[in-house]
Write a protein that binds this ligand. Sequence first.
Ligand code: FES
Ligand SMILES: [Fe+2]
Length: 326
Amino acid sequence: MPLPYPSGWFCLALSREVPAGAVVNRRFMGRDVVLYRTRGGVLRVVDAHCPHLGAHLGAGGVVDGEHLVCPFHRFAFDVEGSCVKVPGGAPPRATLAQFTVRERSKIIYVWHGHDAAPPAWEPSELPDDRFAPAASWSTLLASHPQEVMESFVDYQHQPIVHNVSLHEVTPPVDEGPLLRISFSAAIRLSVRLATITVEQGLVLSGLGLASGEVTLHQVGMTLGVVLMATPVGPWQTHLRVAVVTEAASRADSPRLRKAASMSLSAVAGQALVRTIAHQMGQDARIWNRKRYEPNPQLTPGESAIGQYRRWVRQFYPPDTWPTGTS
Ligand code: FES
Ligand SMILES: [Fe+2]
């Protein structure tokens, strides 16, 4: 693999995919992990294999109250990962390895740090839990998060691949693990909403997450857009797109207004997700077959890519810095 796994926050699921009592399987960085939520609502992401004799907890494991119970010998683990109950006897001092997990805007992220380093920042600039995905889409790519996120500073491909005119407004601003990108774009939503011109920003939050806001002036609505690239295996990336809105839980507005704005934001959210999914499909044709180019020959108009390549180095251990980022 020409690029190692980067440190950062990576999406494993939307919150609604893991309701109370659920046990859900995912691949993450070449291994199996299990997400579960207790009856009391506590979310955990753990190593898929039981520390007793290695059974797969996502293959028959169940939530019992606040415990996750292994299907093989019914060892029960609490939310700290400790084995607290075994049938007929004292529990051994077995511990189930856990990942650091966050839920933001009803999206579930886990942290990956090199040498088990703790989180160095928080996952998203859309922290408010009143926001929830109104629409989402995902696909599996033969690519790496660094390659996917690079497309947001690659302005030259926009008119060619997407037939979209997108211009850099100011150079990217490096804020440690965040990279602020601002551009103007004319986007045509794939419903009868007219072409909208957005002058906007996108914030890369490590290599797993990009978020921003899109304002639809015609309908006076702002939608949050979250693009998430999760490395599931070597050169395999699960790409998710979600449009989040707050209308769904704006409890203080009159009922009818709430219902109307909910359906409008759902329609707009779905249109925006369709538009982004269409563009990502166009990118995927390139991403799935391209190779990583460690020493790109950039034109003077592509300085944002050079800046991006320097910024990404912080997400890899120094001895594994990808070439071409100096
Ligand atoms: S392997 Fe899980 S309880 Fe034995
Ligand atoms: Fe693109």
